[in-house]
Design a protein around this ligand. Structure first.
Ligand SMILES: [Zn+2]
Length: 301
């Protein structure tokens, strides 16, 4: 079957966007590998962006550790690595642009108050004209997305209340929200395809709406299944997933390939990482990636 990705042959631009809150673990290797292989199988560019906008979560030195790990795993990126922390003026300009269209308003609702009102933001402060300082900033939602097509997950439905919610674009603590900056970065980096973990499936609807609001074409999305150690336990830095071994990239890479539906031949266990990746690029097909994790994780990184 011809996947939509093939229509972008030659102009494909994908990206891997880790947050530097700890070392790369098996779950993030799967995401890096999936986006790398999708890009390289389309003769595309693969960019790396360090998502360090959420400064309280940034761990000093984690960015360079992540980049060294990618290199050790043969995942060499194109162009310069982008750091969100160095792009405040881009985000500030975009906020100002939205503000001039009267789309931005201050909100003083606490998490607790929103929970008491049913857990969804009911656009309570839209017309209150509250002062900005000390308050979060929300974007009026004029492009609600209730469903979209994902290249792996198929048709994705978003609950109406989430789709229509005015969401936060600048936090009370003055930090820009992920939803805003990720779209601005994808526009500025001319990303055509996003391949990432299925935990970001729901935020994709907001991002698609924001691309429309900003008058830009959205990339294609493909959400790979999340690696869970056991039901409900995502392999993540928060769950203290162990770092992958920089000195011995083959076992983790082969395990990640199997997770993604590949069937690597046994001779690859003694191959170089370059040979393993060359085989994977050659054998890559988006259609073989399962929608959900097929068996419990027995890989011990
Ligand atoms: Zn409010």
């Amino acid at each position: 079957m011809l996947t939509p990705a093939l229509s972008h042959q030659g102009s494909y631009r994908g990206r891997f966007a880790p947050s530097p809150s700890g070392p790369l673990h098996f779950g993030s290797l799967i995401a890096a590998l999936a986006s790398f292989l999708t890009a390289k199988s389309q003769q595309g560019q693969w960019l790396v962006r360090i998502e360090d906008i959420d400064t309280p979560r940034v761990v000093k030195g984690a960015d360079s550790d992540i980049l060294h790990t990618l290199e050790a795993y043969g995942l060499h990126w194109d162009e310069n690595v982008i750091y969100q922390s160095q792009r405040h003026s881009l985000y500030e300009d975009a906020l100002e642009h939205l503000n001039q269209q009267s789309l931005v308003y201050a909100c003083q609702c606490t998490r607790k108050e929103i929970k008491l009102r049913g857990g969804f933001y009911d656009n309570h402060c839209r017309t209150l004209n509250l002062p900005r300082s000390g308050n979060a900033l929300r974007l009026q939602q004029h492009f609600p997305i209730e469903k979209f097509h994902d290249q792996i997950q198929g048709l994705v439905h978003i609950p109406k209340k989430i789709a229509h919610e005015d969401y936060i674009i600048k936090r009370r603590d003055g930090l820009f929200a992920y939803q805003l900056v990720v779209v601005l970065d994808d526009i500025e980096q001319k990303i055509t395809h996003v391949v990432r973990g299925a935990d970001l499936l729901e935020p994709t609807a907001r991002q698609l709406g924001l691309f429309e609001q900003l008058g830009n074409c959205a990339p294609h999305y493909a959400h790979i299944p999340l690696a869970v150690a056991k039901p409900g336990f995502k392999l993540s830095k928060q769950n203290h997933a162990p770092a992958i071994d920089k000195r011995n990239p083959i076992p983790a890479t082969l395990a990640a390939l199997r997770f993604l539906g590949f069937n690597p031949p046994s001779e690859l266990t003694t191959a170089t990482i370059e040979e393993v990746l060359a085989w994977a690029v050659q054998s890559f097909c988006l259609d073989t990636i399962p929608k959900v994790q097929e068996k419990p994780m027995n890989y011990d990184a």
